[in-house]
Ligand binder design. Structure first.
Ligand code: AMP
Length: 195
């Protein structure tokens, strides 16, 4: 199999830990797994919740980490002092843009409203043809089911076409995510100037 075309992955995940410890375990496994295969982690730059866990695990395993945090959130999300590169943006929109530009693919891990927002936005950008980068939703312990059900409901109600269900892939665990990333041989091009 040719080598993976994925060099850099943006991970969207919670700034909290969630109640079930399996979420933290999965976040650590993802950070470590990305580092082991030499994929750079791009994330929101915070040191809190699952975000901090992914970054710490990647760094501990010798991985490259790029954090992107807006100025006003540096204190609330405890900007991670240890990441290789920390980009401080003026706005949330700049953060999203920088993360988009820096990533060959996107992985969503368990999280809250911010995670939903980031995932749905990158998915709608793909729906609009603004990019063709893989979007992987990691459904740890069924975490993503209500999110996925909302999209399915939009299709069932006639507000989205069934092709929307192919804009993203749902993987059951971190091993499946890493295997999928390894199998991507030609990442879709981003066209950020149209975003
Ligand atoms: P949460 O899933 O709510 O814990 O948030 C996860 C990350 O998403 C945090 O870094 C938040 O700052 C970020 N976030 C929250 N709202 C937004 C938004 N509207 N756009 C981009 N990122 C956001």
């Amino acid at each position: 199999m040719p080598p993976s075309a994925i060099r850099s992955v943006a991970v969207f995940c919670g700034s909290r830990f969630g109640h079930d410890p399996v979420y933290a375990d999965a976040a650590a496994a993802l950070g470590k797994g990305l580092a082991k295969v030499g994929i750079r982690l791009v994330y929101g730059g915070g040191g809190v919740g699952l975000m901090g866990i992914v970054a710490d695990a990647a760094l501990a395993a010798g991985g490259e980490v790029l954090g992107v945090i807006p100025e006003f959130l540096q204190r609330r999300e405890v900007a991670h002092a240890g990441v290789g590169t920390l980009v401080v943006t003026g706005t949330m929109h700049d953060r999203k843009r920088r993360m988009f530009d820096a990533a060959d693919a996107f992985v969503t891990m368990p999280g809250g409203l911010g995670t939903f927002d980031e995932t749905i936005e990158i998915t709608t950008w793909r729906q609009l043809g603004l990019h063709d980068k893989p979007i992987l939703v990691c459904d740890i312990a069924g975490w993503a089911q209500p999110y996925l059900a909302a999209i399915q409901a939009a299709v069932d109600q006639g507000f989205a076409g069934p092709e929307c269900l192919r804009l993203y892939e749902v993987l059951p665990d971190v091993d499946a995510v890493l295997a999928r990333l390894a199998a991507v041989t030609s990442p879709g091009a981003g066209q950020p100037e149209r975003v």
